[in-house]
Write a new protein. Sequence first.
Length: 408
Amino acid sequence: MNEQAIKVVIDLGSSRTRVTIAEIGSNHSYFEVLGCGIAAGSAVKAGIVTNISAATAAIRQAVAIAEQEAGVKINSAIVSISGQHILGVNSDGQAHIRNRRIRNNDIVHAVMRARNLAHKGGQTLLHVLEQQFIVDGHKGITDPKGMTADELEARVHVISARSAAVDNLSQCVREAGIEIEQIVYAGLASAYAASSTDERELGVCTVDLGAGTADIMLWLHNQPMHAATLPIGGEQISSEIATALRTPRSAAETLKCRYGALRNKYSQQHRIPLPSTGHLPDRQLAGNDMVELLATCYQNHFTHINKELHRVGLRKMLDGGIIFTGGAAQIPGLAEAAGEHFECPVRVFIPPPIEGLPEHLQRDAGMVTTLGLFYLQQVPLSDYVWAKEENDGIIQNVTNFLKRYLSP
Ligand SMILES: Nc1ncnc2c1ncn2[C@@H]1O[C@H](COP(=O)(O)OP(=O)(O)OP(=O)(O)O)[C@@H](O)[C@H]1O
Ligand SMILES: [Mg+2]
């Protein structure tokens, strides 16, 4: 894409529905937000639509705001998906070449085998991401086309989502009058926005810690190695604070965002006003007690994430460290607290200033998925299928990867 194009992305988060319209050019050449509509509401919990009509209404509302701001009418959009049902699987597929040159068809055949092996019933394929090719045992081949060989192996990372969750999300978007161009795993988009090529080469884990989900994406040698979503986030932390302090849930949310930190930042005497439930009089809370409570809540989240990294055996491979992003990563002191917990470098990604984005959304880590969805349009990964296959097995909606091999 050399020309500028108008693209629309929808991020259905657990705390907000975000619809953003932007004009973009290829290769990060140009990027300007024309309109951004945000609808509050929680018709999505931990990535799952919990109320179709409410989610549809939220999308409609956000679309209307974005359209008005941008002065354009939206027909279609790229949509993010998240949830515990997201499955990331490494897979490989072979093609027998028998001492001749590798053709496009061989590559497609090997990749399709890898993809089919990883495709589980009840799951809808979102992405088949290229890792590497192995030609006669030689690893790290990026493009095997034209090489003479006996055997070709394709290694890919396959990301899928539960079909029912995809259908429900699609229904909401379509009922809001928007056609779906592509469904993208939110964690992939966030990871793409938050990490650099150098970090992905060294080995890095990105964690988009939102309201209801922690979207995890792991890379090593610039290859996507693992995708998963844990049902943890800022909402759970606010609920735990509300219970521990016997304060209304909304007050806990406000206290957390206004006074919260993971490192002591208050003097011994500092007191925070603490609303009570019912008609009981308001109380006061020592600032340091608030910090201690939050630190415990976040430690629990870190433990879950650490377990996931150990489970997939990639915990020791993160020389590039861990990058936290998403709304709940904005709490002061997170990088230090997480660094101690994970015993590796940790940084927090806050989006850079974005041309055209309203002031109150600038530098909001909750916008990271939206940003990543646009970046993925500008500089696509070697990702080749989100679409369903036609009956005869030919892919309907071929994207970057296959285009490379299927076009003449
Ligand atoms: N300064 C802050 N300190 C702590 N938490 C914060 C802060 N600012 C926002 N949050 C939390 O971030 C969460 C919202 O994050 P985000 O906007 O990334 O979620 P989302 O994209 O709607 O949800 P998800 O991606 O989980 O579906 C809320 O739980 C909110 O309490
Ligand atoms: Mg999110």
